[in-house]
Structures are given as structure tokens and as C-alpha cells.
Design a protein around this ligand. Structure first.
Ligand code: SF4
Length: 215
């Protein structure tokens, strides 16, 4: 009993340092969204998120305790077998310190992308940051400066206003995308199309993996 408690505490310490991470799933697929859509990539989905988007399509990721603490070296060894492009997603991966994971992936010469709401401190070494801000927990100043891509999810009309507010905060080279929330796509796609034609600094992003019926 005591040993078991000790082990749990040790594992929690390693998770807190980012040397183990609550791994929800990992899979080789095609990046469906944004700038890199169509690119084969190995996805690593890390559990844990308290941002609380009501339309979130991975609510199973929220509770980190449901996902086994996994050694970084195991994640890296799996990833490098499949692809040069690794996408770290969640959940909200920045819930955890990403330094150890990204350092090891970089040591293998891999390209590392992150999908993040930016709500927490930006840790890790990234080749591509896809920032998708959420109203409930806004991004940190650092992530606005470093993001290569801003992906705004459109669920209702107010999201266009929020998208503009967020676009005003990112760096000048950041590529701007509007993406329909999947369950509202029939209603919002025509609105997005009209908006992008009127405001061509934006591009349309679709969740093409869902149309392709792949993860
Ligand atoms: S930030 Fe992402 S994982 Fe977290 S609740 Fe929102 S959509 Fe879901």
C-alpha cells in the first residue's frame, strides 16, 4: 500500500516535470486542417484540458487521470517509426511542460507541430504553432507572437467578432484561418465563405479528415 502510494507520487512528479505525459492516443494519419492539411503526420494526443469548450469533440481528453502516464522515450520511439512530422495535440498539451518531449523529438530530427489554445505558458521547441484561441481562457502574449497559424473555430456569428479580435493580437506573418465547428457546418460554411470573400486576409479551413472518414 505504502509502496503503491510512493510510486504514484513519483509518477506524478515525473508528469509535473513533463518527463512522463498522460497519453490518450497516438496514430499515423493525414493532417486534415489548416496550413498542413493533406500532410501525413503522426499525432500524439495528450490528455488534460480545463478550457471547457461546450462543442469540444474530444471531451474524453479532459480528465488527465483517465490517460496513462507514459514515458517520453516511448512516445518518441513510436513516433519516429512513422513520420517526420509529429503533431502534438490534446486536450490542451500546454497543460504540461513540453520541454522534455520536444527536445527528444528534435534530437531525432523530426518536425514538431502543436495544436493549442495557447491558454498556458508556451513550453517546448516548435517548428509550427497552430493557435486556436478560446473565449473562456485567452492565449498568453508569447504564443500570439510565435504562432505561425491562427485557426478560429466558427460556431456562431459572434465568433467572427472574436476572430477579428484575436487576429489583431497575432504577429504579422501569422496565417489566418476560419474553420466551421463540425456540428454547425451546414449553417456556418456559407457565412464563412461570404466573410472570407469580403475579408480576404482570412482563408477557409475545413476538417477534411472528417470528410475523408479518417481519424
Ligand atoms: S481547448 Fe480543445 S480540447 Fe480543450 S475543451 Fe476546447 S476544443 Fe476541447
Amino acid at each position: 500500500m505504502y509502496l503503491c502510494k510512493l510510486m504514484k507520487e513519483e509518477i506524478q512528479l515525473l508528469v509535473d516535470k513533463g518527463e512522463m505525459l498522460p497519453l490518450m492516443e497516438e496514430f499515423y494519419t493525414i493532417q486534415g486542417e489548416g496550413f498542413h492539411k493533406g500532410t501525413a503526420a503522426y499525432f500524439v494526443r495528450i490528455g488534460g484540458c480545463d478550457v471547457g469548450c461546450h462543442w469540444c469533440d474530444v471531451k474524453e481528453s479532459w480528465n488527465a487521470n483517465l490517460h496513462p502516464p507514459t514515458e517520453i522515450s516511448k512516445i518518441v520511439n513510436n513516433a519516429k517509426k512513422y513520420s517526420n512530422t509529429i503533431v502534438i495535440t490534446g486536450g490542451e498539451p500546454l497543460t504540461w511542460d513540453m520541454t522534455a518531449l520536444t527536445t527528444q523529438l528534435k534530437a531525432e530530427g523530426l518536425q514538431i507541430h502543436i495544436e493549442t489554445s495557447g491558454a498556458y505558458k508556451l513550453t517546448g521547441i516548435w517548428d509550427w504553432i497552430c493557435l486556436s484561441p478560446k473565449k473562456m481562457k485567452l492565449p498568453t502574449a508569447e504564443v500570439y507572437d510565435k504562432a505561425q497559424e491562427l485557426k478560429m473555430i466558427i460556431y456562431n456569428k459572434d465568433d467572427f467578432r472574436f476572430a477579428e479580435e484575436q487576429a489583431a493580437k497575432v504577429n504579422k506573418d501569422c496565417i489566418l484561418y476560419l474553420q466551421p465547428e463540425w456540428s454547425k457546418r451546414e449553417k456556418v460554411i456559407p457565412e464563412i465563405v461570404e466573410y472570407v470573400m469580403k475579408n480576404p486576409k482570412w482563408k477557409v479551413s475545413l476538417q477534411t479528415h472528417k470528410y475523408l472518414n479518417i481519424p
